[in-house]
Design a protein around this ligand. Structure first.
Ligand code: BTN
Length: 265
């Protein structure tokens, strides 16, 4: 069934993030459409949503595949007044997804660093954040989210690593209700980010899989021989880990991934 813009707007009520909505049944990629909207349409809070993407993009130049009209594939335009701490926007979005899933009873939703959302050890949502600059000035941030909602059959290569809301709830909410709920959570977390609210960092840290445990990591997709212990996130949104000498290391690099917990040293 096509997305009901009217149903969504009613559920959204007067949330400052989530409208207007630019909806089409088919787009190449909602992130690409959001990037190329004319200047007058790029207002803070605008959502671009498609039922089907023909060229959905994931991180690391991967493709994002999603069954047509079953899931949520959308992008939100944000226009922050500052560019420092923009790295944290990925975790702001991931946390808003976790908040939303938790609120519908999926209490084991968690963030796999940097910005995958998992239920158990399967991925339910992926996030692609892109910053657009005008000259050297940050103009806007595009938060692209693919959240598996009603899809229950997945392609062979992701069958054992992907999941959806419907695989965990017998009565999943409609896409419209879920998106409105997610926009309210995104607004709340984004407001915390704007105010440098310490509670935001604490919530992010609380939900990252592997914090406080020795974990294997990959840097630029290369598995590292020695495990490290992620201990938190700094104000810029970078990951802080300690190594086996208990020396703190800050990963400013986007390409650090926490793979899996290791045995205690
Ligand atoms: C990832 O896990 O690799 C990130 C996936 C992000 C997919 C979403 S779907 C909506 C938006 N438009 C895109 O082309 N990509 C993002």
């Amino acid at each position: 069934m096509s997305f009901s813009v009217a149903g969504y707007i009613v559920s959204l009520s007067d949330c400052p993030i989530g409208s207007p909505i630019h909806y089409d049944q088919v787009m190449d990629s909602t992130n690409s459409v959001a990037k190329h909207l004319p200047d007058e349409e790029r207002q803070h809070g605008l959502v671009v949503l498609a039922d089907h993407q023909t060229a959905g993009r994931g991180q690391y130049q991967r493709t994002w595949l999603s069954a047509p009209a079953q899931n949520l594939t959308f992008s939100v335009v944000l226009r922050p007044a500052r560019s420092n701490g923009i790295s944290m926007m990925k975790q702001v979005a991931a946390l808003a997804v976790v908040d939303t899933l938790t609120s519908i009873g999926l209490s084991d939703a968690a963030i796999k660093w940097p910005n995958d959302v998992m239920i158990g050890n399967r991925k339910v949502a992926g996030i692609l954040v892109e910053a657009v600059f005008k000259g050297s000035v940050l103009d806007r941030v595009i938060i692209g989210i693919g959240l598996n909602v009603h899809q229950t059959e997945f392609a062979e290569d992701v069958r054992y690593i992907a999941t959806s809301v419907a695989q965990h709830l017998s009565h999943p909410p409609t896409r419209e209700t879920l998106l409105a709920n997610l926009m309210r959570n995104l607004h709340q977390r984004y407001s915390q980010w704007e105010k440098h609210d310490h509670a935001l960092k604490e919530s992010i840290q609380k939900h990252i899989i592997g914090i406080g445990s020795w974990c294997h990591i990959r840097i630029n997709n290369i598995p590292q021989p020695e495990p490290v212990k992620p201990v938190g996130v700094d104000d810029e949104g970078h990951l802080i880990v300690i190594n086996d000498q208990l020396r703190p290391i800050q990963f400013t690099h986007e390409d650090v991934r926490i793979d899996r917990p290791a045995e205690p040293l």
